[in-house]
Design a protein around this ligand. Structure first.
Ligand code: SAM
Ligand code: SF4
Length: 324
């Protein structure tokens, strides 16, 4: 379906839990509050919302969190959503810590893609930024994902004073493994300080210095707003997701479902529709609530603009609660 600005909305990010086995400093720092388990949607409820969304034209679903694999039965949910009529693609985003364990199942249920977050290749830095993670586990997860043949992407958030010396090393994974590596600009959501982020304009300049043959790649790589670059004759691509410095709201195709059942049309604002009361009603009522929420999607985010004015963004929950 289209929203009031004529944008085709076809992609829904579904957060299935706010829980996580890591404590990334910008996402879910130590000591943060968790949503009571009784407020988290059941798989049946998530499935029902996905069915209603599919009838409205949502064809692609991303399973996210928190960390999706900390919720028991995550692969069963993926399998069930894959069988929903109208859904053509189900992908998952993970920190990779337990991915190796699930890879056979994911291949068997034909998951359409796996995005793995990796902010550093240095074990000490990894433990620092994730609070409690082990780099080798995520690297094993990446290895297993690439070897499985499932479409794999790496998500990297460049951060000043933390991992800016690793930009080329991370990018090189794309060309070594023949997969996509995406550079995501830090957004000022939850615990994140967007000032620590690095502009993708600077990233691109650095990458072009290292690989002068880097050229724009017009082919479609996924669901989102990433702008891609490739090297002639070499597999693997570099994706730039420039939420802050290259506003792409005009082409935004997504909405988000929080683990508590709220439909968020834009990450920037706390505006949302609580779908829980509609789960007690008919399918038609649920569909109408979804449609109304999608139609009202705001024109654009206002991250980075006029902080502390009326234009300030209003979403202050943690990214782990919103699904990234
Ligand atoms: N736990 C999974 C993971 O780490 O991939 C899925 C959930 S996580 C919230 C989804 C993505 O959001 C991750 O790639 C993470 O790096 C990204 N993210 C978290 N906080 C962010 C922020 N403030 N700005 C941009 N991306 C962010
Ligand atoms: Fe967990 Fe992912 Fe957030 Fe890190 S980015 S705390 S792994 S949800």
């Amino acid at each position: 379906m289209t929203d009031r600005f004529g944008r085709k909305i076809e992609y829904m990010r579904v957060s299935i839990t706010d829980r996580c086995d890591l404590r990334c400093r910008y996402c879910m720092p130590e000591g943060c509050e968790k949503v009571p388990m009784s407020h988290i949607l059941s798989y049946e409820e998530i499935l029902r919302i996905c069915r209603a969304a599919a009838e409205l034209g949502i064809s692609r679903i991303k399973i996210t969190g928190g960390e999706p694999f900390v919720r028991l039965g995550c692969t069963d949910l993926i399998r069930m959503i894959k069988s929903v009529e109208g859904i053509s693609e189900v992908t998952v985003t993970t920190n990779g810590q337990t991915l190796e364990r699930y890879i056979d199942e994911l291949r068997n249920i034909r998951v359409d893609g796996i995005n793995i977050s990796l902010d550093t290749l240095n074990a000490e830095r990894f433990a620092y930024i994730t609070g409690r993670g082990a780099l080798d586990k995520t690297l094993r997860g990446i290895r297993a994902a690439v070897d499985s043949g499932i479409k794999t992407k790496i998500n990297f958030i460049p951060q000043k004073g933390f991992n800016e010396d690793e930009i080329e090393d991370i990018a090189e994974i794309a060309f070594k493994e023949g997969i996509d590596v995406r550079f995501i600009e830090m957004m000022p959501v939850g615990a994140a300080d967007a000032d620590t982020g690095i502009s993708n304009t600077d990233i691109l300049q650095r990458l072009k210095e290292r690989w002068p043959d880097l050229e724009p790649d017009e082919s479609v790589h996924g669901n989102g707003p990433a702008v891609y670059y490739k090297r002639p004759g070499i597999k693997g691509g570099i994706g730039l997701i420039s939420a802050m410095h290259g506003k792409f709201c005009e082409y935004c195709n997504r909405v988000r479902l929080t683990s508590q059942g709220q439909l968020k049309p834009c990450l920037c604002y706390d505006t949302q529709t609580d779908l829980v009361p509609f789960l007690a009603g008919t399918d038609a009522e649920l569909k109408k609530a979804l449609r109304d929420a999608i139609v009202e999607k705001p024109a654009a985010h206002c991250f980075g603009e006029a902080v502390n004015s009326d234009n300030d963004h209003t979403e202050h929950r943690l990214m782990s609660q919103l699904g990234g």
